[in-house]
Structure formats: C-alpha cells, structure tokens
Ligand binder design. Structure first.
Ligand code: SF4
Ligand code: SF4
Length: 501
C-alpha cells in the first residue's frame, strides 16, 4: 500500500574521517543497508532497512560505524506511545498480523531480579568448591516412592528411564529450519562435550546429527514433522510439545521459502510448502488422550526413554501440570512468557502467558501438596539468563533449566529480534548458505561449552556460599531465597519470605 509514515527506527552514524570505503559493511549486511555511491565516492545508508543487528558495527575494520536509536519521536503522549502508533501504521499498510521473534521485550516484572539468594555466615560454614567435592549432576525422570535394596546393597526397586546431566541445564527446542545447520551442529556438539542434552525442536533430526543421539531430545509437535521410528529411537528422550512460552495456544508456521533442501527432507514435507503446526494436537483433547500419546511413544521406544511433556506457562498451569504428572509423563517442561521463538504474532508474544517464576513455584507446590512431586521432574525455561537464574529456579523447585536465548547469544546473536525475516546476519536464524557459513560450528560449540562451563563454576560457587554441596540438596529449598519489593501475594505464590524476615 506504500506509505507507512514511519521514520526509521535506527540511524547509521558513519564517521567519514574513519571510513576507508572498504565495503565490508555492504557485504556483511543481508538487509542491504549499506552501499557505495560511485558518484559521491562515499558509502551511503538506507536506514529504513536497518534492524540494528550490529554485524556491520562489529566487523568495520576502522570502527567507523555506530547504530543508534533514532531520537525522532512522535508528539509525546503517555497513552499513545510511539511503538503503538507505528504498529497501527504497519497494520494499516499491510492488513496483516504483526510478526516478531525472540522473547517478550515488554517492561513486565522479572521476578528473578527481585529474588535474592542466601549465603552462610559464621554458624553454617560455606563450602569452598575448589577444594571440596561439589555435585552438579542431576537425573531427570520419575523417581521411585521408596528405595529398596537386596542384601548386597543392589537396588531392587524398578527405576524408570532417567536422563543424566552433568549440570542442571539443557539447550531447549530450536528446530532445524528456524535455526541453521551450523547453529544446530554447534548445539549438538556442545551438548555432547558438556554431558547435557540439546533439543531438535519440531523440525525432525538432520541425518548428520544422529551421531549425537545420546545427547538429543527428539520433539514430537502437533505437525509431526520428521517423526518416524528411527527418529524416536535416536534420541535420549522424547518431548511432546503441547505449547511454548512465546506463543501459548497457537501453532507454528515456518514459511515455504525456508523449506528448502535438507530442511524439507528432514521435515518430510515438499520443498516450498509452508510448515504449519496446528494449535492443538488433533488427537489430544484431554489428559487421557495425552496419556495415550505418552504411552504410544514409550511403546515405540521400548519403555527405554523418558517422555517429556512441554507446556507454556498459563493461568491454570498448576492444575495442568497435575494432570500431566498423572499421564505417565516422566518430565514436565514449562516455558514462561518470555521464552524466545523464531517467529510469533507480536500480540500473542507480548500479551499471553505468565512469568515462569510464578508458574514454577505454583506447580512445584501443587505437586507436593498432591504427593506426586516424585512422579515427574520439572524443567523450566523462558529467559534463563545466568547461573543465578538457574540457582533460583532450582531453589524454587525445578530439577533443571532449559536455555535457548542465552545459547544463541553465545553463538553471536545480537537480539535484533528479526529472526522471522530469515536474514540473520550472524548465521543463526537463516537458511541462506552465504549467511549460514558465517557461523563456524567449531567456534560456536566451543563458545557454548565455555558459557556452560562458566555457569557451572558459578553455580558451584553460589552453592558453596550457601553451605550446600549438591544441586539435589538445593531443589525446592525456598528457605534459601528472599524477595525484595514484592507484594505479599507475590511472595505467597513464590513461597518465599521477604528480605529481612
Ligand atoms: S565497514 Fe567501516 S570502513 Fe568499511 S565501508 Fe563500512 S563503514 Fe567504511
Ligand atoms: S538469531 Fe539472528 S535474527 Fe534472530 S535475534 Fe539473533 S541476531 Fe537477530
């Protein structure tokens, strides 16, 4: 429709004294912001195309570039803010649903930042993790009600299949198609080296990655893309995706333009056809239906693999989790409203779901109250940003955390939040061969290993500071947490005291 009345969001500031017109920025920008003007003999910019991914800034050899947020503003209005008005212009122009990616950027409370961790002083000495043993290993899966041994001390109780992790973190679902081959390779290799798991997402498992099977969670989503017997057999665990935090209650959509070559073969759908996952699984309308799928997948994998059910954190999450815990699932994964995504309708991403901190506390408490907490392990995700977030999640009741955005940041993502365009300049959320090769999986996997190794050290230091020497002893230990600046209702749901109490 033409005019959208929008001044560009970002401005390219080029220092002409430094610019040597090497044209690196032009070659590096898939959005075609930079070009060389032969008439003027200088570089020029089309700022309407800039998404502030910082690729040009990072690679400019003379540090001649800066991308700044434009200070051009519409007239001040506390009710009709700039972004709201611009979104209306965009919709008036396109007539379409607004799409975005990555997590909810709205200024809603981040409860992790309002929770503080305890430390031992005087009466309960801290532990030095460099000199004393510290256990960060966790096992995910259904636990027996009681431990029984024979006269030789051998366990006699039946143990359901478990996932063993060297630390309480896994890389969460990101499909091949939404992210690149090299991004997947980086995650798979890093997970293997770290002794943790990564997750295929709903795009199937590329043939090259079967070798990483013991460190892979294979996902079964409503579209059933790429699901077959060998696929289920390949993974260490099978995850049924009922929902995701970035877009609870709706399905997924990978445009046909991205269904090319290997992506099409891995998903088992024709090239160029849109990969649309329906909002519901068309065979699941109750916990009994879910139970059937859980046991179908167990049957298909000879009862050797734990089954995870992943849901988005929504208002009645505690009741939903209670049902899932009774469905035969071994692990419940809960994804909070800040969870990332390759593409989601903006309105859904920004307005649907609840914070993972509240969801986790409510679910853990409910399962304890009902005496079924041991039936399942809890894995939480949806913007776990640091080792401190992991520790707080464990103390609130999680067994482990799912990490995705932090992993992508380690690979070079600059959170420009335009993954849906397929033009990721960092080689992550793209299938364009020239962009994919920008991410070297050797370097990518090493950076992921570095990040997780650093987190593991930090987790051990925080545990030691609390005088605790194992993750297991921290799980659900809410006495180790205090809230700051929270209402009594929020503290009640989180099940923690206020600082000073
Ligand atoms: S990369 Fe830097 S020096 Fe090279 S043309 Fe762009 S702004 Fe100029
Ligand atoms: S993955 Fe790429 S496109 Fe997506 S937010 Fe990160 S840098 Fe931007």
């Amino acid at each position: 429709m033409g005019v959208d009345f929008i001044y560009p969001e970002f401005e390219v500031v080029r220092n002409d004294n430094r610019c040597i017109a090497c044209r690196v920025c032009e070659r590096q920008c898939a959005n075609e912001v930079h070009s060389y003007s032969p008439e003027r003999g200088v570089m020029i910019s089309d700022e309407t195309k800039c998404v502030n991914c910082q690729r040009c800034v990072s690679l400019c050899p003379t540090r001649a570039l800066k991308i700044v947020k434009s200070d051009c503003r519409l007239r001040e209005n506390a009710n009709w803010q700039d972004d709201t008005i611009k979104e209306i212009y965009k919709q008036a122009n396109s007539g379409g649903v607004l799409l975005s990616s990555m997590g909810n950027p709205k200024p809603l409370p981040v409860y992790w930042d309002r929770i503080l961790i305890n430390a031992s002083q005087v009466t309960n000495p801290p532990i030095d993790p460099l000199r004393e043993p510290m256990e960060t290993k966790v096992f995910l899966g259904k636990k027996p009600q009681k431990v029984e041994r024979d006269e030789n001390g051998k366990l006699t109780c039946k143990l359901e299949p478990q996932i063993e992790l060297s630390m309480p973190v896994m890389f969460s679902a990101m499909s091949y198609g939404s992210i690149s081959y090299n991004a997947h390779a980086s995650l798979a290799r890093a997970a293997t080296e770290l002794g943790i798991l990564y997750n295929t997402g709903e795009g199937g498992l590329h043939e090259d990655f079967y070798v990483y099977g013991p460190n892979t969670i294979v996902q079964v989503a409503s579209g059933r893309f790429g699901v077959h017997e060998q696929y289920l057999e390949a993974g260490a665990a099978v995850e049924i995706k009922m929902g995701q935090g970035a877009k609870p209650g709706i399905g997924g959509h990978l445009p046909g333009a991205k269904i090319v070559g290997d992506v099409s073969r891995t998903r088992m759908i024709p090239e160029g056809s849109d990969a649309i996952s329906p909002a519901p699984h068309h065979d699941i309308y109750s916990i009994e239906d879910l139970r059937q799928l859980v046991f179908s997948l167990k049957e298909a994998t000879n009862y050797k693999k734990p089954v995870i059910v992943k849901v988005a954190a929504v208002h009645n999450i505690a009741a939903i989790a209670s049902g899932i815990a009774r469905s035969g699932a071994d692990i419940i994964a809960i994804d909070g409203f800040r969870g990332g995504t390759g593409a989601a309708p903006t309105r859904i991403r920004d307005n649907v779901g609840i914070p993972i901190e509240l969801a986790l506390a409510a679910v853990d408490q409910r399962l304890r109250d009902e005496g079924i907490r041991g039936n399942v392990s809890l894995v939480v995700g949806g913007s776990i940003r640091s080792a401190a977030d992991v520790v707080k999640a464990i103390a609130l009741g999680a067994d482990a955390c799912y990490v995705a955005t932090a992993a992508l940041l380690a690979l070079g993502c600059h959170l420009c939040r335009t993954c849906q365009s397929g033009k990721c300049n960092w080689g992550i959320a793209t299938q364009r061969p020239d962009l994919v090769k920008r991410l070297n999986p050797d370097i990518g996997s090493q950076r992921l290993v570095n990040l997780m190794t650093a987190w593991r050290h930090e987790i051990m230091e925080i545990l030691g500071g609390m005088g605790i020497n194992s993750i297991e002893a921290l799980r659900g230990n809410r006495l180790m947490l205090r809230g700051v600046g929270l209402t009594s209702k929020e503290l009640e749901i989180l099940g923690i005291s206020h600082a000073g109490e």
